[in-house]
Unconditional design. Sequence first.
Length: 67
Amino acid sequence: MLNSLGPVGIILIVMVAFLIYGPKKLPEMGKTVGQTIKSFKGGLIETKEQIVVETEKENKEENKLEG
């Protein structure tokens, strides 16, 4: 979604946030957003790993039944 925003759009959003929340609150918000994104990515990686493990288990079971 950020790819569709140009530099002018991002600057405008930052300026509006600065006016609404003030300079003291923005670093806290940025840190919170960063932690949330990091946590979300970690969850996605964990889920992907679980899917791979389960798929491999199913393939092994199918091979046992066929062979």
